[in-house]
Write a protein that binds this ligand. Sequence first.
Ligand SMILES: [Cu+2]
Length: 644
Amino acid sequence: MVTRRQLLAASAAGGAAILVPAGGSASGRALAALDAGEIPKYVTPLRIPPAMPAVATGPERDEYVIAVRQFRQQILPPSWPRTTVWGYGSTAHPGSFGCPAPSIVARVGRPVRVTWVNQLVDDRGDYLPHLLPVDPTLHWANPAGGTEYRDRHGQSDGGPQGYRGPVPQVVHVHGAHSAQESDGHSEAWYLPAARDLPPDFAVTGSAYREFRSRFAEHSGLRWAPGSATFEYANDQRSCTLWYHDHTLGLTRQNVYAGPAGFYLLSGDDLPDAVLPGPAPTPGDPPNTSYHDIPLMIQDRSFSADGELFYPGGYSAHPDGPIWVPGYSGSTIVVNGRTWPSLTVQRRRYRFRLLNGCNSRFLLLGVVANATARPARPVLPVWQIGSDGGFLPEPVPHERLALGPAQRVDAIVDFTDVPAGTELYLVNEGPDGMYGGGRPGVDFPPADPHTTGQVLRFVVTDATGADPSVPPERLQLPSHPRLGPAQRVRRLSLNERISGGSMIMLLGVLDERGRGRPLRWSDPVTEQPVLGDTEVWEVRNFTRHVHPVHLHQVQFELLGRGHSGSAQPGPGERGWMDTVLAYPWEVTRIKAHFDLPGRYAWHCHLLEHEDNEMMRPLNVLPRGGAAAGDGGSSGGDGGSSGGSG
Ligand SMILES: [Cu+2]
């Protein structure tokens, strides 16, 4: 009998894009998918996440208490059903919960302390099960395994929704230079402090207790049950970060259910008014107009009743809900609403673009005709920054590539656009997996009538002068580049059949230059020494583009291409925490590791990350020898180009 896993593996092997049709069937509950083509576009204004209210702003730090809760939000247009989601908000401000959550507004050099509380409980304090089907057979948090079998493969009970127990959570601020105990390690999860936790369940992940002790040691503060307190030093450059869940083997569903927000770090950038502003700040009066706007772009599918749809729950197969190798939603959601509209004045706007999709790649442009393909851009998107801060100089893009988890800090200048004009942010990325190349040539672009559209701009006259500097004349702050590397690591991205599925694995290179795939629990190989700078050469042996993310660091891209020596694109010459590794290429990055302890590096296609495409990254104290395979000592390595 051919299992569904084998079918999925076969279609993955055939390079077919996304494998699972939206909508479901069988197992009694026939649930129609909502037809994305019937959802009216541009009928709701863009929601701009406000600033997260702090509970204290003392002389030493800002303090927040932020919970994740379940609530309903109007994501589809008004008169359509509301959607049950999860999202973050301040426990002191019940009205603050949203998808995306309010943005944490932080200053360089001023620490932020957040107590993150898992409040996925109902009114009586009983735990809420997941909104989406959960595959318990992956290597995942597995609370039902008890302390002995947590953070391991679990067992299926054959139910169509899989694991229905209390849901683990742990928050990672993506791109932050965080101490290990505050990084949101995948095995530092915690269940809600619910009344009815089953007594034999593990209530925390296997790393929680160690990190709780470390945090208590230097702060004197002990984490309460159902929570973790993390501190962010903000000792990095001004940049656009974001926060989201990072639970082992469950990140894809935890993020898809909604909880995510921006973490906007500023302070060492440019004098006021050089860049378009303002952005939301705490206590803004209503109707403040903002010219620095974060845009969290996500794809989601819905059932006919307006609830989130993610595949796996309605399988007729006795295996029950299963992991899928990738999923692209049928609608585009920006800041928590499908296809919103933004009225802009004839002036410059700064947009913090984030691809918050699980596995969809975006190729964005600003056009006058929303459905014409190839898209004909009418305004450049001026990129001024990447994940970790400003570029050396502004870069105009007609078509901007944005992989999952990547951010682009951008300026769009509407000054010369006649009032009354309607423009569109469109997407020519694929509706399935991305292997690189050009839309319309190497792959069909996303459906121009649905996922090929993102946001509408309606241009109006300016109500005041625009003091910001035109992007073509902007001088951006410069930052020193990293010094020479002490070590070169040769790493790999690999495909393997496992349990009937094609899965993706990180790994090292063997002595003959072949990929040697490794899983999350294999012996640690990436162990830089504290204070060292390393070059990582990541060879991609798969047919897919993978967004490779390292925790702790912002790195430099040195080169890519077959030998790793092709120059990075102009938009890739700044600091990054997530880099696109193209098929059959070597992606060469350089990073400086200056915090000791246990971290991770992984693919940020969340379906890949959740099924073993993640590896430990342990920074060893100085004095010990750098350990692990795949490394060679000395210099920037044999490949030419890009000493940085
Ligand atoms: Cu991947």
